[in-house]
Design a binder for this molecule. Structure first.
Ligand SMILES: Cc1cc2nc3c(=O)[nH]c(=O)nc-3n(C[C@H](O)[C@H](O)[C@H](O)COP(=O)(O)OP(=O)(O)OC[C@H]3O[C@@H](n4cnc5c(N)ncnc54)[C@H](O)[C@@H]3O)c2cc1C
Length: 459
């Protein structure tokens, strides 16, 4: 049998490794095509490498092609898959750095793990030198090299105030650049509700990042093909580098060209074992990671949640199944965490907007508390917001904005959402307490109490 993998990062290499663990070399030949220069890298680590938290790029790479070769996984870097022939069960590829010519590779199993592509609006000048999207380690390396090659004074404009935008803004600040963050919505971090986004905006202002909300971009101004400024309806913002953080879309062009149907989010649709839905010509075709859509366990809706945590799990599930085992991916609940400088932002479950769209009637409760006992050195303020179903008190979602030690509290809340707890049940949770770690009433418990009151008030 032969497994061909398209894409050599989180999903693709997790699948390849798991398939190899369960199948001997004589049973399964594994070939991976990767367009870039790296395998099994942490794209999540790119902002921290660019910002200097991590100094060595190699630290972001979990395993190299040489290490995979020891497992008899044949990784072909700088090989781009250009087509999938489902009838002949072959992929068509080319060498990115030449020599020219078509490579055809037959498969019994095909693992589609081509990730996502950054959204790039059709603005004039968006292709200029010095304008970067960020998805792969090659993208990160291009930004790093540009910053190294262009001496001060340097101004950065980051377009898009989502988590990649704010993490890249922090990275630029740490590199000593003047940073302006542009966000088209009234508040940054649209993955949390606007009232929580407002807290993020205020905090960002204190971090040395200029932020413009309700900001629209009309184009990129260039000189000799190189970025000079970002044009808004009102002015031109001088820029030596522009980073696009406008979100990503599933990289499904190859699949669509091969006639594979896409889901309503634009991602590939799989069953629980990460096998493409459809049968027939799609038998033996698997997909995982940023290119697929998942089921949201609370809304029941298909969602595209491009996160490394899912890509690794889904790839692992696919690989186990390809190798003859049995594993399923249980869906997502939208848990995510990020930071910009010392500000931490986290979410799980549904936001208010998502809860409304799913048809829930709900109440909300927000509390301000501290990360440690108020008298213990280093206690920092955090805000926790809970969203609970009106009649039942079921915890639908939670968001946290705070400083050190705030964000990881989202995991307790994620477990509660996952296990369909009510906010009233949560008030009795046996959470840990000692002054250096929490107030005697942990912020999660205070929020659960307030949300319970809000639920009772609706009865
Ligand atoms: C800056 C940044 C920060 C992030 N931070 C976090 C975080 O903190 N937490 C979190 O959970 N997630 C985070 N993510 C998201 C996470 O990195 C992705 O969800 C994860 O990398 C997806 O893995 P994947 O294997 O599906 O896709 P990718 O990692 O995108 O890998 C796909 C690979 O396929 C290759 N490829 C594409 N097309 C072809 C082709 N035609 N032929 C050959 N190869 C091809 C690409 O070169 C790429 O290497 C972050 C992402 C970025 C960009």
């Amino acid at each position: 049998m032969k497994l061909v993998v398209i894409g050599g990062d989180a999903a693709g290499m997790s699948a390849a490794s798991q398939a190899r663990k369960r199948s001997g070399v004589d049973d399964l030949q594994i070939t991976v095509f990767e367009r870039g220069h790296f395998t099994s890298y942490s794209a999540c680590g790119i902002p921290y490498w660019i910002g200097g938290h991590v100094t060595d790029r190699a630290a972001l790479i979990t395993r190299t092609p040489q290490e995979f070769a020891k497992q008899d996984i044949d990784v072909r870097l700088r090989h781009e898959v250009t087509g999938i022939d489902l009838d002949r069960r072959e992929v068509v590829a080319r060498r990115v750095d030449g020599p020219a010519g078509e490579i055809r590779e037959g498969f019994d199993h095909l693992m589609y793990a081509a990730g996502a592509v950054p959204v790039t609006p059709p603005w004039p000048g968006v292709d200029a030198r010095g304008v970067f999207g960020v998805q792969t380690l090659d993208d990160g390396a291009a930004i790093h090299a540009w910053l190294d090659a262009h001496p001060a004074p340097r101004r950065a404009v980051v377009i898009g105030g989502g988590y990649i935008g704010v993490e890249m803004a922090e990275a630029m600040v740490r590199r000593g650049l003047d940073v302006t963050l542009l966000e088209k919505s009234p508040e940054p971090m649209s993955t949390v509700d606007p009232d929580m986004g407002a807290r993020v905006r205020k905090a960002i202002l204190g971090l040395g990042i200029a932020i413009r909300t309700n900001a629209h971009v009309h184009g990129i101004e260039t000189t000799d093909g190189r970025v000079r400024a970002v044009r808004t309806p009102d002015d031109e913002l001088p820029a030596d580098i522009v980073v696009l953080g406008l979100g990503v879309r599933p990289n499904t062009t190859l699949a669509a060209d091969a006639g594979i149907p896409l889901g309503e989010t634009g991602g590939l649709r799989t069953d629980l074992r990460m096998r493409l839905l459809g049968g027939g010509r799609l038998d033996g075709v698997w997909a995982a990671g940023d290119c697929v859509e998942s089921v949201h366990r609370i809304s029941g809706r298909p969602v595209h949640v491009p996160l490394g945590t899912h890509a690794n799990k889904q790839g692992r599930v696919a690989g186990i199944n390809i190798g003859g085992g049995y594993a399923t991916f249980p869906g997502v609940i939208g848990t995510a965490v990020t930071k910009v400088c010392e500000l931490e932002v986290a979410r799980t479950g549904l936001t208010e907007h998502e809860a409304r769209a799913a048809g829930y009637a709900y109440v909300t409760a927000s509390v301000e508390s501290t990360s440690r006992a108020g008298y213990y050195p280093g206690a920092a303020t955090m805000t926790i917001k809970l969203i609970a179903e009106k009649r039942t008190g079921l915890l639908l979602g939670a968001q946290i904005v705070g400083r050190e030690e705030a964000a990881k509290r989202i995991d307790a809340l994620a477990v509660a959402v996952w296990n369909q707890m009510t906010v009233e049940e949560m008030t009795g949770l046996d959470l840990s307490y000692a002054p250096p770690f929490a107030p005697v009433w942990d912020p999660v418990l205070i929020a659960a109490r307030k949300a319970t009151d809000a639920v009772h008030a609706t009865h």
